[in-house]
Design a protein around this ligand. Structure first.
Ligand code: SF4
Length: 363
């Protein structure tokens, strides 16, 4: 069995570790590229959301490289995501590819579903071994997110441009080569130390929250690496959507059925939207309110054009902007989005946010 799965930011590394530990041979699709996007766009329904097109492109490229099994998340929901697996399977079969698709329900009983999937991939695997493979992947996922958060803190302040990015990349390369939990922790701690030692400027930076649809927020190819672009403009970003946070919630907290409401995005969203609209729509609204309450300098909403949950959220944002006086930029992306246009809009927004902050501080 040669297993593949779609790209989603830095999630590929922990996922590959887990699957290989479980005994699978993994075929990573080539990194997202113009070719990936044009393949997905060519064969996907025209009006479907961008993540569908890119993940379809990933599957085609991985099948071309010999993969025979696709590992794909699914789950009933209020948006198109619930149909991805079925529709993509049909398209790929019509194109003549032969493969098996292993779909894992990520909307409930996520941990059990993952362990069961690992045992399907490697039939001889015991529950204990499946649990060990899961633990390895989960530890790596947490490590990657910790490193990324530190990268976001250091990068806008660094004295030498690209210093933090270079360290982050070399740590990610080292993580690719380790095989055990103590090794992951050692690489993580060493990487955190290296990032913390990067010489930084002491001048204050702008703080902007990045919210929106999870795939677009996590996958840098889609937004021409918006986080790096903002950091180069002296902006510290907070993402609020980290895979390890999602995993902790869905693996453990949800299973305990204890949902503290106070201080959550859902509670903060209530004056503007008081029900789930699918995807991260409710969270986008609520977290924007929380950003305003926590004195963020601005918020950027990222979403694929035609994404229903984020379109609902987008319609609430002007009211929040007016009520709570927080600048908000909404950026829709599709296969025609270019880096130059994105850069221009970011520069204009950051300039406005920075002038506004200076005026507030009486400078
Ligand atoms: S959240 Fe939006 S972009 Fe993501 S799958 Fe659903 S409709 Fe598509």
């Amino acid at each position: 069995m040669k297993l593949t799965f779609p790209h989603l930011g830095n999630v590929g590394l922990p996922l590959r570790m887990m699957l290989e530990q479980a005994g699978a041979e993994v075929v990573m699709p080539p990194p997202n590229s113009k070719r990936t996007l044009s393949l997905g766009t060519k064969y996907a329904p025209e009006s479907v959301c961008l993540p569908f097109k890119l993940t379809l492109g990933n599957f085609i490229e991985a099948l071309e490289q010999g993969a025979d099994t696709i590992f794909m998340a699914n789950g009933p929901g209020r948006c198109r995501f619930g149909f991805y697996g079925e529709v993509q399977q049909r398209i790929l079969r019509e194109l003549g590819y032969q493969f098996t698709m292993l779909q894992v329900n990520t909307s409930e009983h996520v941990l059990q579903n993952i362990l069961r999937a690992l045992r399907t991939i490697s039939p001889g695997l015991s529950w204990l071994q499946a649990g060990q493979a899961f633990r390895l992947g989960y530890t790596a996922l947490q490590a990657v997110d910790m490193l990324e958060k530190e990268l976001h803190r250091v990068r806008p302040r660094e004295k030498e441009k690209q210093a933090a990015s270079r360290i982050f990349q070399s740590v990610m390369d080292r993580l690719q080569r380790v095989k055990t939990i103590p090794e992951i922790r050692a690489v993580r701690d060493c990487g955190l130390q290296q990032l913390r030692r990067v010489p930084v400027n002491e001048t204050p930076v702008l703080k902007i929250g990045i919210l929106g649809e999870i795939y677009v927020v996590l996958e840098p190819f889609v937004t021409a690496d918006i986080e790096r672009r903002l950091a180069e403009m002296g902006v510290e970003v907070s993402k609020f959507l980290y895979p390890s946070d999602w995993a902790s919630f869905n693996f453990f907290i949800k299973a305990l059925k204890v949902f503290p409401e106070h201080g959550t995005a859902a509670a903060a969203a209530k004056p503007y939207l008081n029900y789930a609209v699918g995807g991260e729509g409710l969270k986008t609204v609520g977290q924007t309110v929380l950003c305003a309450q926590q004195d963020y300098d601005g918020v950027i909403q990222l979403y694929p054009f035609t994404c229903m949950p984020e379109i609902v959220a987008r319609h609430m944002l002007p009211r929040i902007q007016e009520d709570l006086q927080i600048p908000i930029l909404t950026l829709g992306v599709d296969e025609h989005t270019g880096a130059a246009g994105l850069q221009t809009r970011l520069e204009a927004f950051v300039d406005m946010v920075s002038r506004r902050k200076a005026a507030k501080c009486g400078k």
